[in-house]
Design a protein around this ligand. Structure first.
Ligand code: SF4
Length: 552
């Protein structure tokens, strides 16, 4: 049997991966094949526990972490401790949680028992002796459970290694587990989205939200062009306008630098080491580029390429994306003119044009036709926008058509700056999910920007920026002089204006919304990432959830 397990050309399997496989085959696949790892609070607590144990080792020499590998077993693993008791070597494993209760007696969970058995087999080969027992310490209960390393457990280790090999060679994500309770404790639930799949196949399913409703780590916008960003220990230090602020590194998710603030190499290294994305944006709001440690999973990118090579899938995605975009803009116009006869009459023709375009998109036979209908709808929408602005607002704030490079009026300066913020958020979500931003399905790769980010932005322009922007203009939030800087025919935001725009955008991201396709509410910030994950599901076994969200 051991011959069967040898497979050096495929690389050794981590014992922890066997643990994942026994828990759920999909979990194994996501971690080992797609290289997805999520450091949630449970994972963080587990790491802290092991760090504490290592400190104990240094203090009294009792605990010994030991790494072993075996070609014949096909395994590599790092056991928490190995101790000698009554002349026998015993592998120890530490778990933060509780044991399994069977017949009221504490027992090891099957995945934990298999893990400690795999360590025992590695130890046997290392020491050349038989290991009969392993132990698992469950810290939540402060109890230690003994595991008998018998022939059936050894056989289970071997058959799990073979199953892991078969899964590793496959291109298909295994289905979600039928044991829903396991998903509640799974660190990859926000990536796997099992409840969303259950809801899709059974609309009466009461979805348990496993996708975090809010962003856990902050986005820091550095607007002052003289700002300096450095690192001190586990913190980022930001000095701007004579003040220094300190942020613990684990609380920061993204840095967005406007203009030319200085960031040290040490701070950049720290950002990469802690998965903090850094984006550079010009003071006018044009996105320049960014760095992100991201997810390097080659297999996921290959499937992304394959998916978009399929013309009928691309066409289907284009139809859904642009339908969602037009329908959301249309609903916004209807909502903003509800109960106001004159205003509604002023935009009626534009609304009719958008309705015609929406209908045509549904039946469009190719992507170019969809681009044409999208263009018609966008022209009608931007022509309608001035009618949404209250007559009490300073007339200099009214848009005069859509001008982009450069913006020629204040409203267009705000639109362009806000869209750059939306672009950066969408790009960040694409990188976090691990898709290839250069590979889109609607925008052609001629633009300087990433086509997939431009594609997905279409879902969010109206909801993330147009709606709060029009509301802020009608509240007379903007000072025509202090918030803008006018050079000839070009209009840009001043530093004061940029700060205001960022505040409005960040507030919008924190607002929550009920997502109809998944039947739970979450912040707009999370919705961006959720939609990217739902897009990936189009080619990983659960199509149909992407681009379903609509404003009411
Ligand atoms: S969330 Fe559930 S189905 Fe998905 S990997 Fe985890 S345990 Fe498996």
């Amino acid at each position: 049997m051991e011959e069967d397990l040898k497979s050096p050309e495929e690389g050794l399997l981590r014992v922890m991966a066997l643990h994942a496989l026994v828990y759920c085959e999909r979990l194994f696949f996501l971690e080992e094949v797609e290289e997805l790892r999520v450091a949630d609070s449970a994972v963080f607590a587990g790491r802290t526990l092991h760090e504490e144990l290592r400190r104990t080792e240094e203090e009294d020499g009792e605990w010994t972490s030991l790494s072993l590998s075996s070609e014949s077993l096909g395994l590599v693993g790092k056991m928490d401790a190995v101790r000698k008791r009554d002349g026998q070597w015993i592998p120890y494993e530490h778990k933060k949680g509780r044991s399994m209760r069977g017949d009221r007696k504490p027992q090891a969970w099957p995945s934990d028992a298999l893990q400690v058995a795999a360590y025992a087999m590695l130890l046997e080969e290392h020491y050349g002796c038989v290991i009969e027992e392993g132990r698992i310490r469950y810290h939540a209960e402060k109890i230690t459970v003994r595991v008998l390393i018998d022939s059936s457990l050894r056989e289970a280790v071997r058959s799990t290694v073979l199953r892991a090999r078969a899964l590793r060679a496959s291109l298909e994500r295994p289905p979600i587990t039928t044991e829903e309770n396991r998903c509640l404790r799974c660190s990859l639930a926000p990536v796997c989205l099992p409840e969303e799949e259950r809801h899709q196949s059974d609309p009466t399913w009461a979805t348990v939200r496993l996708f975090p409703p809010h962003q856990e780590r902050k986005t820091l916008h550095i607007v002052s062009y003289q700002a300096q960003i450095g690192r001190a220990g586990d913190t980022l230090k930001i000095r701007q306008e004579g003040e220094e602020q300190t942020y613990p590194i684990h609380e920061v998710g993204t840095l967005v630098l406007y203009g030319t603030p200085q960031i040290t190499t040490q701070a950049l290294h720290s950002c990469l080491a802690h998965d903090i994305a850094v984006h550079w944006v010009t003071r006018a709001g044009r996105y320049l580029g960014g760095i992100s440690a991201g997810v390097g999973a080659v297999q996921r990118k290959l499937r992304h390429y394959e998916a978009f090579a399929d013309a009928s899938r691309r066409l289907g995605l284009c139809r859904r994306l642009i339908s969602a975009k037009i329908e959301n803009s249309l609903r916004f116009l209807l909502r903003a003119t509800r109960g106001e006869q004159d205003r509604r009459a002023s935009v009626e023709d534009f609304i009719s044009e958008m309705r015609r375009s929406l209908k045509s998109v549904t039946h469009a036979e190719d992507e170019n036709a969809i681009r044409g209908f999208e263009g018609n709808a966008a022209r009608a929408y931007f022509a309608a926008l001035p009618f949404l602005i209250s007559s009490e607002v300073d007339r200099s704030m009214l848009p005069k058509g859509r001008s982009k490079r450069p913006p020629k009026d204040r409203f267009n300066a705000l639109l362009s700056f806000g869209y750059a913020l939306v672009y950066q958020r969408v790009l960040q979500a694409i990188l976090v999910v691990g898709l290839e931003p250069a590979l889109g399905f609607f925008h052609t790769p001629r633009s300087a920007a990433h086509p997939l980010a431009l594609d997905l932005m279409e879902l969010f322009r109206c909801v993330l920026w147009d709606m709060p922007l029009v509301a802020s203009v009608n509240r007379r939030t903007w000072g025509p002089d202090e918030d803008f800087s006018i050079v000839g025919e070009q209009v840009w935001l001043s530093e004061h204006g940029r700060k205001k725009a960022i505040q409005i955008f960040e507030r919008r991201l924190e607002e929550t919304w009920n997502h109809p396709a998944v039947d739970y509410s979450l912040s707009y910030a999370r919705m961006v990432e959720l939609e990217v994950r739902l897009l990936e599901k189009e080619w990983t076994g659960s199509p149909g959830l992407f681009a379903q969200f609509r404003i009411r």
